[in-house]
Design a protein around this ligand. Structure first.
Ligand SMILES: C[S@@+](CC[C@H](N)C(=O)[O-])C[C@H]1O[C@@H](n2cnc3c(N)ncnc32)[C@H](O)[C@@H]1O
Length: 355
């Protein structure tokens, strides 16, 4: 595979064109040509498993994730944690360079990734004069979003004139392709003080390689690596565990097992989330169908799952273990218990094998 550096952009609007394969998958889904994915374990492909030739997840999967974000407090709770806790974590870094470098993999939804950048900027502004850092550079790796629009949104959210300047560069590569650029010697000298993959490691082909690549090659000694991954004990993870013979979605323990294997020290923080999935129980609700696809990790689940599986999934989400119920204005609302783990890693200053 060849890696085209022209897909890296610097502050330039780049038109977003969904790949033809993406669109083909989406239309097939709409025409119900794609078999029911997952659930019975025979067609062991998850909603995130439908990909185009360069490994981008399908437009529909991306849409379903966004809808889930809209009905949950996922972004707010994560942004709250970052605002409260990240400043103290950043204080432990001691950059020697003029510019603090950040690598943001899968920024997509801007709420979380701008919060990280804002915290980094505020921290740089407090650095003592003997630490020379005065500006921030952020490399974004984002294959799905219209990066020109994202850039505008980031610019608006981060404000204009500030004491600490932020320069942003956008790449429309997938994380796997971006990693490939190092392997092909393109970015092999690019190292970062802060690297984060927030809810984006589900889509990489080789989890172990990806984690080691970011830790060993992309991160500077003494740098900070942040990853967030769904926890294994939320209602969705338990459903997938119960009804599928395969594992459909990566979870935090998959990451920590790899870190343990390589003796990489980390802190793991559980962040509980609730999502209002009341619509899922309304068989005519389009939003409910999309949310059910996300929760079941299967495309067109309501229409195409065998009746007993649909009933079992709906029952699962209504149990006290999975949800809270509250009185809404028109009907009882179902708030499902979700959550993810944030994994925080400080790289040691001592080089390890392979660096
Ligand atoms: C669930 S969103 C997370 C967005 C943001 N970091 C957040 O936490 O709100 C996943 C992000 O990973 C990106 N991504 C990573 N790998 C991808 C792949 N192979 N195909 C498509 N998108 C991918 C998506 O574009 C998206 O921005």
């Amino acid at each position: 595979m060849s890696y085209n550096t022209s897909r890296f952009v610097q502050l330039k609007p780049v038109p977003f064109v969904a790949s033809t394969t993406d669109l083909a998958i989406y239309h097939k889904v709409l025409r119900k040509e794609v078999p029911l994915l997952g659930m019975d374990g025979k067609n062991a492909t998850s909603i995130n498993g439908s990909r185009d030739s360069v490994g981008r997840i399908s437009v529909y999967s991306y849409y379903a994730i966004k809808k889930y974000y809209e009905i949950s407090n996922h972004c707010e709770t994560m942004a709250y944690w970052l605002d409260e806790e990240l400043p103290a974590v950043l204080q432990t870094l001691s950059p020697k360079e003029e510019c603090v470098r950040v690598l943001a993999v899968g920024p997509g939804n801007e709420v979380i990734d701008t919060t990280i950048l804002r915290c980094v900027r505020e921290w740089v502004a407090t650095l003592k004069p003997e630490m020379k850092s005065r500006s921030v550079y952020c490399q974004f790796v984002e294959p799905m979003e219209d990066v020109s629009q994202l850039y505008e949104r980031y610019k608006a959210l981060l404000g204009k004139k500030r004491a600490v300047e932020i320069n942003m560069e956008w790449s429309t590569l997938t994380p796997d392709e971006y990693k490939g650029t190092y392997e092909h010697g393109i970015h092999c000298d690019s190292k970062f003080h802060v690297v984060h993959l927030i809810q984006s490691i589900y889509y990489v082909r080789d989890l172990e390689n990806t984690i080691l690549f970011h830790y060993m090659h992309a991160l500077k000694p003494g740098g900070l690596l942040l990853m967030s991954v769904n926890s294994g004990d939320n209602a969705r993870a338990r459903l997938l565990e119960k009804f599928s013979s395969g594992r459909f979605s990566r979870r935090a323990s998959d990451v920590t097992e790899i870190l343990d294997k390589h003796n990489i020290r980390y802190t793991r923080i559980n962040i509980p989330v609730t999502a209002n999935i009341t619509e899922v129980f309304d068989e005519d609700s389009e939003l409910g169908k999309v949310l059910l696809d996300y929760l079941s990790s299967a495309i067109k689940f309501r229409e195409r799952a065998p009746g007993h599986l649909l009933d079992a999934a709906l029952f699962h989400f209504k149990t006290p273990e999975s949800c809270f119920q509250r009185r809404g204005e028109r009907k009882t609302e179902i708030l499902v218990k979700m959550g993810f783990d944030l994994i925080v890693i400080r790289k040691s200053h001592i080089p390890i094998n392979g660096e």
